[in-house]
Ligand binder design. Structure first.
Ligand code: NAD
Length: 471
């Protein structure tokens, strides 16, 4: 059995009380590791380490920080196969997807490393002839990161890259279901020579203890969270006590709008790729697939063909745990009971682990549970529409506002519909793209803050306004 510890100030720590928690492989249900249960005590020590490292890290020249980040990225990329194997064992996704995720995480760090040299200030007109005004960018300080299990490495590097580029130090709490990938990232960074305390990892099965500790500590100036809207709301409330700065990347309920002038087969191929990626456990996953009545039969046939070409256990992993499986089953049963049909899939697989097959539902209506709550599973609900205004209104009728997809060959429709959709990201004629230079993030109940691009770095900066009188 693998044993794993917390990374604090460049060294490995166990819980003083001897507490550990167990990590299991979702493909088998078998335990694979005992991990130190950090809790409040190790969280405090990690904040001590991050606070001690902050003055030195922020004082480095941008080029020096960039060089250390590039080395960390190179070390991460060099370990892509082994970290990928760790990720697959605790998260369940196919090995090729895990390895690609680690490489993409390294790519984000390389981009962020370059961005250290583009942390620009501003000069603005003075208030009179003898007055000069500058805006000076400064790192916010110690940052606490909280990440989910669905992308155990890229959700970390999306926070770490811009935070380190801005000059912040970080205390990370990975999801309790996937702490081993985060610990492996910590090992890579330590081996690459990142200064002690710049990046700390506190695994724990008591996330509220971590949150309460960092929220109450005035040295932590920002909390960056990716996860469910429910926990996001809790953290927003918690942040009030010390007026903590927050970024919250929360849940989504992505609509897809397939217009009759689009190629339904190409749309179905792309929807299948994004829907069944990570067994549907992505915040960008298509959750309501609105298809124009004239192309619905062709689209659905193509989607079903793609779904049936996927072999669970080979091309697609299990769901993360029994609770996730139960939610998927509940959503499908609710839809079927209310008149939807499962054209393919629709029942959990009779094998060990939490596998659910790629499923296509037709005859779905907006009032069904699956159209209102985030399913986080490989279920593609197909709904029909006829009018543009009507489908845009239906797509927007959700508290979430993360991603929307549009399929059309008409330029004017592209602009009209994209402008009318109330989502932080709209993709036309394609699947989800999240390169390091693009500002990923949502609106409404999907949260606020952006990860990626120069906006991502400015989320970790304060701008000090400096006014100088000349005489
Ligand atoms: P979750 O909210 O249950 O957990 C996310 C993280 O929050 C984990 O590290 C967990 O330990 C921690 N957490 C749980 N309770 C906490 C508490 N009381 N205080 C502090 N931390 C706490 O979400 P999940 O099930 O791990 O992840 C899936 C969710 O994440 C989905 O809703 C998905 O849409 C969302 N997500 C959003 C994005 C995005 O960029 N918008 C990306 C990936 C996932």
């Amino acid at each position: 059995m693998h044993e794993a510890e917390a990374l604090i100030g460049g060294t490995w720590h166990t819980d003083p009380g001897g507490g550990t928690f167990t990590v299991a492989d979702p493909a088998t249900g078998e335990p694979i590791a005992h991990v130190t249960d950090g809790g409040a005590e190790l969280t405090r020590r990690a904040v001590d380490a991050a606070a001690a490292a902050f003055p030195g890290w922020r004082a480095l020249a941008a080029d020096e920080r960039a060089e250390l980040m590039r080395r960390a990225a190179a070390e991460l990329a060099a370990r892509a196969e082994s970290i990928g194997a760790t990720m697959t064992s605790e998260q369940g996704k196919p090995l090729a997807e895990s390895v690609a995720e680690v490489r993409s995480g390294a790519d984000h760090l390389v981009w962020a490393a370059e961005e250290t040299r583009r942390v620009y200030g501003q000069t603005v007109p003075g208030a009179g002839p003898d007055n000069r005004i500058w805006l000076l960018p400064e790192p916010v300080g110690v940052v606490a990161g909280i990440t989910p299990w669905n992308f155990p490495v890229s959700m970390i590097t999306r926070k770490l890259g811009p935070a380190l580029a801005a000059g912040c130090t970080v205390v990370l709490k990975p999801a309790e279901l996937t702490p081993l990938s985060a610990i492996a990232v910590g090992e890579a960074f330590t081996a690459a020579g990142l200064p002690a305390g710049v990046f700390n990892v506190v695994p724990t099965s008591r996330p509220a203890d971590f949150a309460e500790t960092v929220m109450a500590d005035p040295r932590v100036r920002k909390v960056s969270f990716t996860g469910s809207t429910e926990v996001g709301r809790y953290l927003i409330r918690q942040s009030a006590q010390d007026v903590k700065r927050l970024s919250v990347e929360l849940g989504g309920h992505a609509p897809v709008l397939v217009f009759p002038d689009a190629d339904p087969e190409a749309a179905a191929a792309a929807v299948a790729r994004s829907k069944f990626l990570n067994a549907g456990q992505a915040c960008t996953s298509p959750n309501r697939i609105y298809v124009h009545r004239d192309v619905a039969a062709r689209f659905t046939a193509a989607l079903v063909k793609r779904a049936e070409a996927i072999t669970p256990g080979l091309d697609m992993g299990p769901l993360i745990d029994a609770r996730a499986l139960a939610k998927v089953e509940r959503h499908v049963e609710d839809a079927l009971a209310a008149g939807a049909q499962a054209v393919t899939g629709g029942r959990r697989l009779d094998r060990p682990g939490t596998f659910y097959p790629p499923t296509v539902l037709t005859g779905v209506r907006d009032d069904m549970l699956i159209c209102r709550e985030e399913t986080f599973g490989p279920i593609a609900p197909v709904l029909e529409f006829t009018g543009e205004d009507d489908v845009v209104a239906r797509a927007n009728a959700t508290p979430y506002g993360l991603t929307a997809y549009v399929w059309t060959a008409d330029l004017t429709r592209t602009l009209r519909v994209a402008e009318a959709l109330e989502f932080g990201m709209v993709t036309v004629n394609g699947g989800p793209v999240a390169p390091p230079q693009a500002p990923f993030g949502g609106i409404k109940n999907s949260g606020y803050g952006r990860e990626g691009g120069s906006l991502g770095v400015s989320d970790y900066l304060d701008y000090k306004y400096l006014s100088v009188g000349l005489g």
